[in-house]
Design a protein around this ligand. Structure first.
Ligand code: FB9
Length: 497
């Protein structure tokens, strides 16, 4: 069986002693690089060999030298191109890319002459034949006999860039302190069995490659939704808004609907649109006086309103559900604001969190989404203030063309849908809804009569899907998303202005 090259080298040194790895090339008939590679494997196994690096300086042909070796020297090429009747010098200069050098060398050698007696210069041969010693010398170099050249010739060819110095690194190898004619298998891992049996003492281990690059640690990645959430949050914060506490997905129907003056028979309060809880099915703790004012305004009106004139039921208000909008949190915050120590002060609140609706699912709608909501409470606020704050918010998102369309919400009057000309999509799209909370909502809370509250809302998913070019919501959220999208999506830079 053909011994491994490593073992062939060890056997050779065992029998012949010290040797230069270059001299092993003809012995084993392999490339010198392979011999050096086998030597590295032997060195990794311990001090089987002693190695001493040596540099062999030699002469080799440059690319131009190889061309001369193949075609002859430039001067010989020019001489051979001169016919017996002579040739116009201008034509001779076209016979090869190096004709100019060849012409001057051939002239210097006395091989050719120039006849100017007939007007344009004509080149003629001065000798019958020539010996191309340059090509002959380069053949010697190519055959590894560069030492046959005298110094003058070598210096000339080097100056003409036909020769180049070649440095070959090789190794003088000889028996080392741990010499052996075969390699012991190198263990890659130290095991508990080796330690327990004491075998570790006799085994040889592969040295650590401290230059090896470690595996790239898998880092965490932010979901595109969370990147856009951060952008929106920063916009609200820089506009002076404070974030509302939205850490309760479960809400009572009272805060989600009744407090917002949304009647108990409204279709949105039906199980087809809302997720009601079975356990715990009801809430029981409400501010009693406030609850009674809410009951009154729904049933009989008040504050200039005629109310809905129906028999309002506590049981309906007690039903627990998954909040259908973060406006339920806004209601809680506004009630607190109206009843805090020191009385009312103007505020700017925002929320960005999950809401749940029992809706028909499709490519852009799931049973939940993230609602973004802004709320401003101050004295004598007008619809103009609402339009202005919405314009400022969207301007920070890079949207400057916005339009408003009258709409209806149970808890705001007037209400407006918000549209914008999206520069990326190059079309008008709906970007949210807005309105002024009704007095039937604000006055039962105890907010002063001159306090108005303006608010607007949009989703997080829609802008995120547009931003990242995602058409199906299930490619953005859910158990089947491609995590590579999460890892590879770019930083979210909403075009700020
Ligand atoms: O987000 C929506 N569209 C949108 C928003 C931003 C955007 O890109 C940014 C500019 C860069 C692109 C699109 N919409 C609201 C409009 C539509 O997508 C709509 O089809 C879906 N709407 C959701 C409700 O669907 C059941 C988006 C969601 C929505 C709608 C209304 C509100 C909140 C979210 C509200 C409110 C409100 C009103 C008055 C007072 C308080 C809150």
């Amino acid at each position: 069986m053909q011994l491994e090259l490593t073992e062939q080298i060890l056997k050779y040194v065992d029998e012949n002693g010290k040797v230069d790895t270059l001299d092993l090339v003809p012995v084993f008939g392999v490339d010198h690089q392979k011999i050096v590679g086998a030597l590295k494997s032997i060195e990794a196994n311990g001090e089987l060999l002693k190695t001493e690096q040596v540099l062999h300086k030699n002469w080799g042909l440059s690319d131009e030298g190889k061309e001369v070796l193949a075609k002859g020297s430039h001067e010989a090429v020019v001489f051979n191109a001169v016919p017996s009747e002579g040739i116009a010098q201008s034509d001779l200069m076209k016979v090869s890319p190096n004709a100019k050098v060849g012409f001057s060398k051939a002239m210097a050698q006395g091989w050719i002459s120039v006849d100017k007696s007939i007007g344009k210069p004509v080149v003629k041969r001065k000798v019958e034949s020539i010996t191309d010693t340059v090509q002959e010398h380069l053949q010697q170099v190519d055959a590894g006999q560069a030492s046959a050249l005298n110094d003058t010739a070598r210096a000339d060819y080097r100056k003409r860039k036909l020769l180049q110095e070649i440095v070959v690194k090789s190794f003088i190898i000889s028996k080392g302190a741990e010499f052996a004619t075969s390699l012991q298998k190198l263990e890659a891992d130290l095991t508990t069995d080796m330690l327990a049996s004491g075998l570790w003492n006799t085994l040889k281990f592969k040295p650590y490659n401290l230059d090896a690059l470690g595996t790239v640690p898998d880092a965490g990645y932010l979901h595109p939704l969370l990147k856009v959430r951060t952008e929106f949050r920063n916009i609200f914060l820089e506009m002076g808004f404070a974030e509302m506490p939205t850490n309760n997905f479960v809400e009572s129907s009272f805060w989600n609907f009744d407090a917002l003056f949304q009647p108990q028979q409204h279709p949105a309060r039906d199980a087809h649109d809302t997720f009601f809880l079975t356990t715990p099915s009801k809430s029981h703790k409400f501010p009693e006086n406030y609850l009674n004012r809410v009951k009154e305004v729904h049933s009989n009106g008040g504050y200039g309103s005629q109310g809905y004139k129906y028999d309002w039921k506590l049981e309906e208000a007690q039903k627990n559900l998954l909040r259908t909008h973060t406006t339920a949190v806004s209601a809680r915050m506004l009630y607190k604001l109206a009843n805090q120590e020191g009385g009312f002060v103007p505020v700017k609140y925002f929320s960005i969190d999950r809401v749940f609706r029992n809706e028909t699912l499709d490519a852009t709608h799931l049973a939940e989404f993230h609602q973004v909501e802004g709320v401003v409470a101050d004295r004598n606020l007008t619809l103009g203030d609402l339009i202005g704050v919405i314009a400022e918010f969207f301007k920070k998102l890079g949207i400057t063309q916005i339009e408003f369309k009258p709409a209806y919400n149970p808890y705001t009057e007037p209400s407006m849908e918000i549209f914008c000309f999206h520069p990326g999509l190059k079309k008008w799209i709906e970007v949210g809804n807005s309105g002024m909370f009704r007095k039937e909502m604000l006055r039962p809370m105890g907010l002063p009569d001159d306090v108005n509250v303006i608010a607007w809302g949009l989703s997080l998913e829609r802008p995120t899907m547009i931003k990242y070019g995602i058409n199906n919501i299930r490619d953005l959220i859910g158990p089947k998303i491609d995590l590579r999208i999460i890892q590879s999506n770019p930083i979210c830079r909403l075009e700020k202005s």
